[in-house]
Design a protein around this ligand. Structure first.
Ligand code: NAD
Length: 497
């Protein structure tokens, strides 16, 4: 069986911890590979390599750093299909969706190629007599990233390209469920000319994560994953004096007003709820139907849901693939039965779905639950699967207070033809990313991504300007080239004249 290794100091390194995780092909349910879990010593070796590399990488010219990134972008472009195939093999999402993930990750590499413009700094001349002030941003040193299973290439690319463009060196701990894509990203970075030690990968579980959080030579940690772990990461990283951004889970609401184009809204609800089998932090998991839209909208969503083609991600005809593990699939399915018992109407029941020839795969059909009580677990929990809840409200005001009462605030969207209502929603809604007739408002690379409330712990969003701020620290320099007349003793606080 193939064993996936660490990538330390520019080469593959096998784990000697004796601990392994199983890596499945979710479409067949078979364990195809294993991944060696890092020991504390193995994490320390990765950090030592990153620390050694920082000496020259942190001081390398912008021209040298961006030359590597431009070559990297070209290599990624040439290997899109291969990376997407690795994602499909271990995550299960369909190939076209995996290609989309690679493209969205590459956006951040493209942003990183232009880092010279972003790091220009500021200069004020003659703030006082013969005094100039300049502000610059410098790298932090060794920084780390810990990433989830659902975007095994894109989420690591939200982090390391900008971090290394800013002059840091990086230690990545990818999800143990689908580790091959990020390993390949590191190999390609090396091929592009990234010096050894600038980007390291340690595979593993809580042992590796805890060592990263405690390690005295790691300055900052970016995390993306579920809310309970995000909270834990933030508290522990802060306790150890680190800068931290920890992005958590979500329950994204899509509000549909009575004046919306209901066919368009139904199409978008389907795409956003069931794409990638609902395993997206920006998936729409709740549709809030306002006024008398409910029956029409639910009817149109149900009609479309029943026609979705579910099958292996390698089959070009499949629109939705399997879930990540058998346990997760069964947990998602349990919410459908649970919701019925708690008062919801099951309009489409995807539980018990099998794909011919793939009976052991982790497949689940799509489910649509209507009139879901807000007390039901299906409404209250992040299900992270192809289960869409519909909640009905009489008015816009009721709908917005429902959304704002949610513990999460990642993404949200409004569907309407009324510009005034859309504007009001943008300003009133408590969420970090808002779509107007756009169901999955994942910002482009040059804007930042992040949620509110339990969807993000920390001050800065990820990538875009916030990402650059996160991976650099400010320094302000006040300079005087004195004239012979400028001396003299003065114990007063320096003032500007
Ligand atoms: P997860 O929290 O289980 O795992 C994320 C990372 O944390 C993995 O690398 C994992 O190995 C590590 N980890 C897991 N348990 C740990 C523990 N007890 N101690 C230390 N480290 C631990 O998340 P997941 O299941 O891989 O991913 C799905 C979750 O991620 C969903 O909740 C989804 O909403 C969220 N997510 C959020 C965003 C966002 O941008 N906000 C993006 C993608 C995914």
């Amino acid at each position: 069986m193939k064993t996936i290794t660490h990538w330390i100091d520019g080469k593959p390194v096998e784990s000697t911890s004796g601990r392994f995780g199983a890596v499945y092909d979710p479409a067949t349910g078979a364990q195809e590979k294993q991944v060696g879990f890092a020991s504390v010593d193995e994490v320390d070796a990765a950090v030592a390599s990153a620390k050694a590399a920082y000496g020259s990488w942190g001081a390398a010219s912008l021209a040298k750093r961006t030359a590597v990134l431009f070559r990297y972008r070209e290599l990624l472009d040439a290997h899109r299909d291969e990376i997407a195939a690795l994602i499909t093999a271990e995550h299960g999402k369909v190939h076209s969706d995996a290609l989309g993930e690679v493209a969205r990750g590459m956006e951040i590499v493209e942003l990183a190629c232009g880092i010279s413009v972003q790091l220009k700094g500021e200069l004020s001349t003659e703030v006082a007599t013969r005094v100039d002030v300049s502000s610059i941003r410098q790298p932090l040193g060794v920084v780390a990233g810990i990433t989830p299973f659902n975007f095994p290439a894109m989420v690591p690319m939200w982090m390391f390209p900008l971090a290394i463009a800013c002059g840091n060196t990086f230690v990545l701990k990818p999800s143990e469920k689908d580790p091959s894509a990020s390993f390949r990203l590191a190999e390609l970075a090396s091929e592009a000319g990234l010096p050894d030690g600038v980007l390291n990968i340690v595979q593993g579980d809580k042992v590796a994560v805890d060592r990263i959080l405690e390690h005295p030579d790691i300055e900052a940690v970016s995390f993306v994953g579920s809310t309970p772990i995000a909270k834990y990461i933030q508290l522990k990283a802060v306790e150890h004096g680190k800068r931290v951004q920890a992005l958590g889970g979500a329950k994204n609401h899509m509000l549909v007003l009575p004046d919306a184009d209901l066919d368009y809204a139904a199409d978008q609800a389907i795409n956003a709820a069931y794409g990638s089998a609902g395993e997206r932090c920006m998936a729409v998991s709740v549709v809030v139907a306002v006024g008398d839209t409910g029956d029409e909208l639910v009817g149109r969503i149900a009609e479309r849901a029943k026609g979705l083609r579910i099958g292996p991600g390698t089959d070009p005809n499949s629109e939705m693939g399997p879930l990540i593990t058998r346990e997760h699939r069964d947990k998602v399915a349990s919410y459908v039965a649970g919701a019925a018992a708690q008062g919801a109407e099951v309009v489409v029941d995807g539980t018990g779905y099998t794909v011919a020839g793939h009976e052991d795969g982790f497949f689940l059909g799509v489910s649509l639950l209507d009139k879901v009580p807000v007390t039901a677990d299906a409404y209250r929990d992040e299900i992270f699967g192809p289960v869409l809840c519909v909640v009905r409200t009489e008015t816009y005001d009721e709908a917005i207070s429902l959304i704002n009462g949610s513990r999460w605030g990642n993404g949200t969207a409004i569907f309407t033809r009324d510009g005034g209502a859309a504007r009001r929603f943008q300003l009133e809604v408590k969420a970090g990313m808002v779509g107007v007739n756009v169901p999955i408002p994942v910002p482009v690379g040059y804007h930042s991504f992040g949620g509110w409330k339990d969807s993000l712990f920390g001050d800065l969003h990820i990538y875009g300007n916030d990402g650059i701020a996160f991976y650099t620290q400010g320094k302000v320099i006040t300079t005087r080239w004195p004239d012979p007349s400028d001396g003299g003793i003065n114990l007063g606080f320096p003032s500007h004249s």
